[in-house]
Design a protein around this ligand. Structure first.
Ligand code: ZN
Length: 150
C-alpha cells in the first residue's frame, strides 16, 4: 500500500488548533514589567500580554484573553517563542512574523510553530486576528522602553 501523502495544510491546521485548545502560558502574572491589553473589534478578540523582564531578557511571557482560534493560537505561539529571549530578539521575531503575514519571504525555520499561521496571510480579515498579540507585544515594549528612558 502506498503511503498517504503528507498534507501540510492539515498539519498546520492541527498545530493551530492544538495551540487553541491547549494554550501555552495562558495565565495571569501577579507582577509583570510589561502588561498590555488590546482588542481587535473586527472579530471581538481580546489579548493581554504580560512579560517579566530581567536584564533586558524575557524571563516569563504569558497571555490571557479570549477570541477566535487564530488570535488565541497566535498569542500562545508568541509566548512560547519569547521565553528567555532578549527584547531585541523579541522584536526580530515580531518583524519576521509581520513579513509572514504580508506574504513576504522570511525565515520559516526561525519562526517555529508560528510558521503554521502562514496560510492566514491569504485572508486579510484574519491577519488582524493573527497580529493582535504582536501589536499588543510591540506597544507594551514601546511603553516600557519609553518609561525606562524617561
Ligand atoms: Zn479573530
Amino acid at each position: 500500500m502506498a503511503m498517504q501523502p503528507i498534507d501540510l495544510d492539515d498539519l498546520y491546521q492541527d498545530l493551530i488548533l492544538d495551540h487553541y485548545r491547549n494554550p501555552r502560558n495562558r495565565r495571569k502574572l501577579v507582577q509583570a514589567d510589561i502588561d498590555r491589553l488590546q482588542y481587535n473589534p473586527v472579530c471581538g478578540d481580546e489579548i493581554r500580554i504580560q512579560l517579566q523582564v530581567r536584564g533586558g531578557r524575557i524571563e516569563e511571557a504569558s497571555f490571557s484573553g479570549g477570541g477566535c482560534s487564530i488570535s488565541q493560537a497566535s498569542a500562545s505561539m508568541l509566548t512560547e517563542a519569547l521565553q528567555g529571549k532578549s527584547l531585541q530578539e523579541a522584536k526580530a521575531i515580531a518583524a519576521r512574523f509581520r513579513l509572514l503575514m504580508q506574504g513576504e519571504p522570511t525565515d520559516l525555520d526561525a519562526l517555529g510553530d508560528l510558521a503554521a499561521l502562514q496560510g492566514v496571510s491569504l485572508y486579510p480579515v484574519r491577519i488582524k486576528c493573527a497580529v493582535l498579540a504582536w501589536d499588543t507585544l510591540q506597544e507594551g515594549v514601546k511603553q516600557w522602553e519609553a518609561a525606562k528612558g524617561g
